[in-house]
Ligand binder design. Structure first.
Ligand SMILES: Cc1ncc(COP(=O)(O)O)c(C=O)c1O
Length: 387
């Protein structure tokens, strides 16, 4: 059955009076998946000990099996976390980097992850390098050449977003991981925006560590992300929180799972919804919808150019369901974003990025052309005095 964008929006709790062009920040969850989560919570409360002590390993395994099929990896190479920040911080804090080492990244990374690296770099003394990747991004070769200008004999880690947060670009991760492996450099990939957005095949990608969020583009309930670790490097990973799985009396065959799966009492109901989340995506032909969203996003890219003279940050093959636009702006960005939201009821993020200002649109199955046209109209109205 074909559902229009308004009918799809009614599958979610999203406010119909708000033009929601910011799926990228926190996702949005369909009503039926929230019900699934609530059912797990009720089960937990019926018998907390059975649920959290007796059944947890089996239940989490069932969920990991579904996830591992979805992202193509072995079920014990992947473990749940509440968000990518915690998953990635676990990896960062585990690697024993030294003063002389270098970590190569780009100037398109997510701000909180830059902060995590800068914190460690200050503490330990290694260099965290945000290599400049120029926009507009034209070809993969151009990216690879520019990125590897930052490599030296001291580079021990490459840290890259698979889809970038401020600029909304899909980076050529497979190619980078291949080169890094030949050079014996560890790869840590921040794939927060990837699951449910573009196809993810962890075996083919062959990164050392990869984190993705399920609550963004897979639309699961909030608080589900995962960490994948290549088998060869699992022994390096230490938990941020030491709990029962450390030096365990009942050790399983996986140290990764023992160390990371239980980090104290927590509501794991969102983790358990993943098989149903994947079912939801399948039964609603989400791959097909994602393809249509990308087409709509590329239509928006053209419209922004025609109507606002704002150029895309890359050729179309680097663009998925998000697109960002640099614009001239002077003033207080955050208060303008709030004012813009209050005036027009449009939810869209504005970012400061490398001394520039940009906004980013996200296109999900509940969005349509009229919303993008409405945004353009409001942008002209609001910023004509400021830009
Ligand atoms: C590229 C990227 N990495 C990591 C994160 C971290 O997400 P969280 O704050 O949920 O841990 C985000 C969140 O939007 C992101 O866009």
């Amino acid at each position: 059955m074909y559902l229009g964008s308004n009918e799809i929006k009614s599958l979610f709790h999203l406010d119909r009076n708000v033009t929601y062009l910011n799926h990228g920040s926190f996702g949005a969850c369909p009503k039926e998946l929230l019900n699934t989560q609530f059912n797990f919570q009720k089960e937990l409360e019926k018998e907390p000990v059975k649920h959290l002590a007796f059944d947890i390993v089996k239940n989490l395994e069932k969920s990991r099996i579904a996830l591992s099929h979805y992202v193509n990896c072995d079920k014990d190479d992947v473990v749940y976390f509440p968000n990518p920040s915690t998953a990635l911080n676990t990896v960062l804090r585990s690697l024993k980097l030294e003063k002389e080492d270098e970590v190569l990244s780009t100037n398109h990374e997510y701000g909180a992850m830059d902060k995590a690296w800068n914190y460690l770099s200050k503490k330990i003394g290694f260099k965290y390098i945000n290599q400049k990747i120029s926009v507009p991004l034209t070809t993969k070769d151009f990216f690879i050449k520019e990125f590897f200008k930052g490599i030296t004999k001291k580079t021990r880690v490459i840290f890259l977003s698979h889809i970038t947060s401020p600029t909304g670009l899909i980076f050529p991760i497979k190619e980078i991981c291949k080169i890094a492996r030949e050079k014996k450099i560890i790869t840590i990939i921040d794939g927060a925006h990837v699951p449910g957005h573009i196809k993810l095949d962890l075996k083919k990608l062959n990164a050392d560590f990869y984190s993705g969020a399920c609550h963004k583009w897979m639309c699961s309930p909030k608080g589900v992300a995962f960490l994948y670790s290549n088998k060869n490097l699992q022994h390096l990973i230490e938990p941020l929180v030491i709990s029962w799985g450390y030096d365990s009396e009942n050790a399983s065959s996986s140290q990764l799972l023992d160390y990371l799966q239980w980090q104290g009492t927590n509501d794991i109901s969102a983790y358990l919804t993943i098989p149903e989340t994947i079912n939801f995506l399948k039964k609603n032909n989400w791959n097909e919808k994602a393809k249509k969203c990308r087409e709509l996003n590329l239509w928006a890219v053209n419209k922004m150019q025609q109507e606002l003279s704002l150029k895309p940050l890359a050729n179309s093959h680097f663009i998925g369901q998000m697109s960002s636009y640099l614009f001239d702006f002077k003033g207080d960005l955050l208060s303008n974003q709030l004012e813009f939201y209050k005036k027009y009821k449009i939810q869209i993020p504005f970012f400061s990025w490398n001394d520039n200002t940009l906004f980013r649109i996200s296109v999900q199955a509940y969005n349509n052309k009229e919303e993008i046209e409405y945004f353009i109209h409001c942008f002209k109205d609001h910023f004509k005095a400021n830009i």
